[in-house]
Design a binder for this molecule. Structure first.
Ligand code: DAH
Length: 344
């Protein structure tokens, strides 16, 4: 084999070996093996002196070329391995310094909506249906049909917003949800078990305990042989589910034109168990609603026989929510301050 051929074989072999080298240490080994003093290039170099002048030049040039090729292949391989080793090291030494993601705040129901739904749910559980009626209501349904005639002193109990529609028939913003008792009975035969949640409005001076617009829920049960005991039983179940199983329900005689007898409904204070605290203003009892047996005149107005039996009740949702969440000022419910709304 001629020395030039030999050199070409050395070149091929060296390049193949370099290609397969997996570490820089291995490349250094190959560098010594091929380019070192005891390597094949050196061996060819030593024979140069024995060659005739002409061939000496050709072989010498070929040897230099092969050396140069192998050297640059080594340099390239080392650079490549270095890059890979560095990438591997970075990967292995990786530190997770990402911050937790920002969770967008999720919305939730307004406290009044929550309380309203809770109240409705309790009555639905007792077999009541749910109905809704108009906020703009006639004088007839708001007062007359509820046994509150034009000149009745009870009219002054409700300071009402009147709506000028140009119609001779006076319209009002309903001052209570009771008109729906009449509308429901007009269109339905007993038995009737319904609750009516809804917005009402009164010309009240707005302060910590009064709003000009708020919500009520009306209840109406009409069936054969309904007694005051049924009323008390239903309200007892409601109060215990709403405020706590250990409380006592008490009813005081009261007056509403559309019920006879009428009652104010109290629960023993769930905050202090009745011993007297700020929640019950030291009374031990908290008023939660008005109620009574439907007045025969209301039955007459809807065309029911006056001896029909039924009970009704009405309560303010804001008041219930205020008690439930120990809120001092009713206006907080309508200010939409997220600090308040998120506080539950
Ligand atoms: N409508 C009364 C009010 O707004 C509340 C009320 C009292 C409703 C007694 C009733 C009831 O159905 O029986 O103050």
């Amino acid at each position: 084999m001629s020395p030039v051929q030999e050199l070409e074989d050395i070149e091929k072999e060296a390049l193949r070996a370099l290609q397969g080298a997996g570490s820089s240490d291995r490349v250094r080994e190959l560098e010594i093996a091929y380019l070192g003093r005891k390597g094949p290039l050196a061996r060819v170099g030593k024979t140069l002196g024995t060659l005739p002048m002409e061939e000496r030049r050709t072989v010498g040039q070929a040897a230099n070329r092969v050396r140069g090729l192998i050297e640059s292949a080594i340099a390239a391989k080392l650079a490549n391995l270095d890059r890979m080793e560095r990438a591997g090291r970075l990967e292995a030494e990786r530190l997770d310094i990402t911050l937790p993601g920002r969770t967008p705040p999720s919305g939730k129901l307004h406290p009044l909506t929550e309380v309203l739904e809770e109240v409705v749910d309790i009555f639905v559980g007792l077999g009541f249906q749910v109905a809704e009626g108009p906020l703009v209501e006639t004088d007839y349904y708001s007062f007359q049909a509820l046994n509150i005639p034009q000149d009745h002193a009870a009219r002054s109990m409700q300071d009402t917003f009147y709506v000028n529609t140009g119609n001779p028939q006076p319209f009002v913003l309903r001052p209570h949800t009771s008109p729906m008792q009449v509308r429901l009975m007009e269109t339905t035969k007993p038995p009737l078990y319904v609750v009516v949640p809804g917005v009402v409005a009164r010309r009240d001076e707005v302060d910590a305990n009064h709003l000009a617009q708020f919500m009520q829920i009306e209840g109406l049960a009409v069936d054969e042989g309904i007694t005051f005991g049924d009323l008390k039983g239903v309200l007892d179940v409601f109060a215990k589910q709403m405020f706590g199983a250990n409380l006592t329900v008490r009813m005081h005689p009261s007056y509403f034109p559309f019920t006879e007898p009428s009652a104010e409904v109290y629960v023993s204070c769930f905050a202090c168990d009745g011993s007297g605290c700020p929640t019950c203003r030291g009374e031990g009892w908290i008023e939660i609603m008005g109620a009574g047996m439907v007045h025969p005149n209301v039955f007459r107005a809807v065309g029911y026989p006056p001896e029909t039996t039924g009970f009704a009740f009405g309560m303010g949702i804001e008041r219930i929510a205020k008690l439930k969440y120990s809120v001092n000022d009713l206006r907080s419910f309508y200010e939409n301050d997220l600090r308040f709304l998120d506080a539950r």
